[in-house]
Write a protein that binds this ligand. Structure first.
Ligand SMILES: [Zn+2]
Length: 51
């Protein structure tokens, strides 16, 4: 069974097997698309802490 997690940028459920992933503060985050990944990497705190 594939584990599903939330894309912190758009809120979609994504599988942890996705190639769109990024590490931040030692934790791995997964994204639905290259676009969401780029948005996250521009400003991770905005998506993780809501500001
Ligand atoms: Zn997304």
């Amino acid at each position: 069974m594939v584990e599903k997690v939330k894309d912190p940028v758009c809120g979609m459920e994504v599988e942890t097997t996705t190639e769109f992933r990024s590490e931040h503060m030692g934790k791995t985050y997964y994204f639905c698309s290259e676009n969401c990944k780029k948005e996250f990497e521009k400003d991770p705190h905005r998506f993780l802490h809501g500001h």
